[in-house]
Design a protein around this ligand. Structure first.
Ligand code: ADP
Ligand code: ZN
Length: 717
């Protein structure tokens, strides 16, 4: 193949750089090797077989469990000018015949098939007569009984390796769990596959957990600034789903309910309307799941707590596949925990109960944590991070800390005095000197700890004791109604040898408000232009009967709204615009942008006035610019703003790109400039980390950004 992988990435898909580990994976598959790829949702798994499919001879066979997903993938490929088709039960025999023809004529790059179709003997025979580029197995965890979505049809795929020994297999999954992963490899017989595990972080998702107080009010407050955004609200029961959906409908939201109790065609309708942006919000039980590949889901709300951290991760993971900032909000109420616990304990299978209770406890622990959410979440999957993320409610709105040593001592000794046989509520009653009958009957009003905590409210005690549980001073025995017990580390606290610092619970509404401001602040493009582009996209998509994201992703529209390209060459610079889409839609989008610029900005984009800047850039960049104009240097701006200097450098680079008068080189020592420039010439300015790697250690990310800003400016001229 004469064309390079990068060239395909750019011209077909319109992307400028590979994400880790796409390039490695693609190179191996192109070379004919098997690969097992574990990558979170939205990581970019599709490219890992789509580019090899275009670079290897023959047709690539893609196995996918869901018909709706197949069609979107095929539509998206065709929109990029690739030759793709699918075979599944939704086609009639004439359509099937046409696909067979294309296969035999060798005019297909990719063919999507359902597993049951693929493994039919006649079909395998047909494949035997063709040149095959590769097999791609999407949602590969469906082959494993360990996985959460076992599909018997997938088991037969185990025969592919022996039937087609020379055709490379790419198996992909987002599943986190190591047993399932090993099982997939064994079942598929790809023991020589190179395994890529891309990590589980979803950096563009902001995690927030608030105590559930008045859930509908809290939900309304969260949604009020997000009327135009797509989102999913998960609730535990069908009844709850219906109720919430109804209330939102009354409040004028574009919303539908989805759960397993609805007729099939209604569920299809909802899913389809959601994909096409005709419905903004779906309130659903977990039945609304795998079929959602909509990339522009901007928020996922858990109205009720999910039953495990795995489910939480998977469900929140449906937000922000397109990489744009997205929100995961959970309302956390103790009542829900009790209900969940009761449901679990109803089962007869003791082993199962034990496991599920453990999972539930881990989930509660996450919800109550007063440490960085992302760290807690990733730690659960074995990825221990050293630093707070700066993009969760705890990081951006840290709970106040207070010295709770005295109260901890009181609580722990009270647990001890009641014989480590009572739950939290009883311990609190004793602490607060309750006169209730049970306390008196048990003679707990005669204990030395009776009433020693009457100066603290019951709610505050609950909060303190919960944190003592999370920090490991107390353990809850779920086999005995949650009786509290001391752990070995409680001793030094009781003796007054260790201080206990706890967090104060935060005001839930305030947390949501702050989150909303944060989300608004991060939007660094012009919303009105974005809306105009979105309207155009919807028109084109409806005419072609495809979901809008097949035309362009939100990320691509946002970048257009930010950079406001004025001709085809500039439009091609926008990530997500390949050559085929440029030809198809370029004119229409350029026209909308030009009209907008003429009406709202008045002429050139290249020399920005402050008013103009106000339109195109976010407050945070404006603040950086203001401090820059005061004459502060990078470190000083960074200190004043409490942001990393690399962030400040990124602001300045972008401001410069927008045409603001910023002298980037003021902050780079002169001898570094030629080195960086030489590397830029070589690598073409993309991929900051690749540039950093190629340059001497003393050259920082900031240096590279600043020089790159100048260099990019020259390229544009
Ligand atoms: P997954 O299958 O892993 O959930 P997808 O393959 O659907 O993820 O990709 C998620 C999103 O990221 C898509 O919108 C896709 O177009 C985009 N994407 C993938 N790779 C890149 C890349 N190298 N540069 C920019 N966007 C990318
Ligand atoms: Zn954090």
């Amino acid at each position: 193949m004469p064309t390079t992988l990068h060239h395909t990435l750019k011209t077909v898909f319109g992307f400028h750089e590979f994400r880790a580990p796409q390039q490695d994976v693609i190179e191996r598959v192109v070379a004919g090797e098997d690969v097992f790829l574990v990558m979170p949702t939205g990581g970019g798994k599709s490219l890992c077989y789509q580019i090899p499919a275009l670079h290897r001879n023959g047709v690539a066979i893609v196995v996918s469990p869901l018909i709706a997903l197949m069609k979107d993938q095929v539509d998206a490929l065709i929109a990029n000018g690739a030759r793709a088709a699918c075979l599944n039960s939704s086609l009639n025999s004439a359509e099937v015949g046409r696909v067979f023809q294309q296969m035999d004529a060798g005019t297909l790059d990719l063919l999507y098939v359902a597993p049951e179709r693929l493994m039919m003997p006649e079909f395998l025979e047909r494949l035997g007569t063709l040149k095959l580029a590769l097999f791609a197995i999407d949602e590969a965890h469906c082959i494993s009984q360990w996985g959460h979505d076992f599909r018997p049809d997938y088991v037969k795929l185990g025969r592919l390796r022996t039937t087609f020994p020379a055709v490379p297999i790419v198996a992909m999954t987002a599943t986190a769990d190591p047993e399932t992963r090993q099982d997939i490899i064994n079942q598929l017989g790809i023991n020589n596959a190179t395994v890529f595990v891309a990590g589980f972080d979803r950096p563009n998702i902001t995690y927030t957990v608030i105590p559930k107080q008045k859930p509908l009010v809290q939900l309304g407050s969260f949604l009020s600034g997000r009327r135009d955004e797509a989102g999913i609200i998960y609730a535990l029961s069908r009844k709850r789903v219906e109720q919430v959906a109804e209330r939102l409908r009354e409040a004028g939201f574009s919303v539908a309910a989805y759960h397993a109790g609805l007729p099939d065609d209604e569920r299809m309708r909802v899913q389809d309307a959601f994909r096409k942006d005709d419905i903004r919000i779906v309130v659903a039980t977990v039945a609304f799941g795998m079929g959602i590949d909509k990339p522009n889901v901007r928020f996922v709300v858990h109205y009720d707590m999910p039953k495990s951290v795995e489910s939480y991760y998977q469900e929140t993971g449906r937000a922000g596949r397109d990489g744009l900032p997205s929100e995961a909000l959970m309302l956390f109420g103790m009542g829900d925990v009790m209900t969940a616990r009761m449901l679990i304990e109803n089962s007869d299978n003791a082993e199962r109960v034990k496991i599920e209770l453990q999972k539930l406890n881990a989930m509660v622990g996450y919800a109550e944590a007063l440490t960085c959410r992302r760290r807690a979440l990733l730690a659960y999957f074995g990825d221990q991070r050293q630093h707070d993320c700066g993009n969760c409610d705890i990081c951006t709105d840290p709970p106040q800390r207070f010295d709770a040593s005295e109260q901890a001592k009181k609580a722990l000794s009270c647990v001890y005095r009641v014989g480590e046989r009572f739950g939290m509520m009883h311990v609190i009653e004793v602490l607060r000197g309750s006169k209730n009958q049970r306390v008196r009957e048990l003679k707990h009003d005669q204990l030395s700890t009776y009433g020693i905590g009457s100066d603290t409210s019951a709610v505050d005690w609950e909060n303190i004791i919960r944190q003592l549980i999370h920090l490991g001073y107390l353990a809850q025995d779920f086999t005995r109604f949650g009786a509290l017990k001391l752990t070995p580390v409680a001793r030094p606290v009781l003796k007054g040898e260790t201080a206990v610092i706890l967090g104060r619970p935060r005001d839930a509404v305030q947390t949501v408000e702050k989150g909303k401001k944060r989300a608004g602040g991060r939007r660094d493009y012009d919303q009105a232009l974005f809306d105009a582009l979105r309207a155009l996209r919807k028109k084109i998509a409806d005419a072609a009967n495809v979901p809008p994201f097949v035309v362009f992703s939100d990320a691509t529209l946002a970048e257009m709204a930010r950079s406001r390209p004025s001709d085809a060459r500039e439009l091609l610079q926008v990530s997500g615009v390949g050559e085929h889409k440029l030809r198809q839609y370029g004119r229409a989008f350029l026209d909308v942008i030009a009209t907008y610029v003429k009406e709202n900005v008045g002429g050139t984009v290249s020399r920005l006035t402050d008013k103009d800047l106000a339109l195109t850039t976010s407050d945070t960049r404006k603040e950086t610019l203001r401090l820059y104009r005061e004459g502060l240097d990078l470190e000083a701006i960074s200190a004043r703003r409490g942001l990393k200097s690399s962030t400040i450098a990124a602001h300045l680079e972008e401001l410069h790109g927008l045409g603001a008068d910023v002298d980037l080189l003021r902050f780079v020592s002169q001898e570094k400039v030629p080195l960086i420039r030489a590397q830029l010439e070589k690598q073409g300015g993309l991929g900051l980390s690749e540039l950093k790697e190629a340059l001497p250690d003393e050259i920082s990310y900031e240096d590279i950004r600043l020089v790159r800003g100048v260099w990019n400016g020259e390229q544009r001229r």
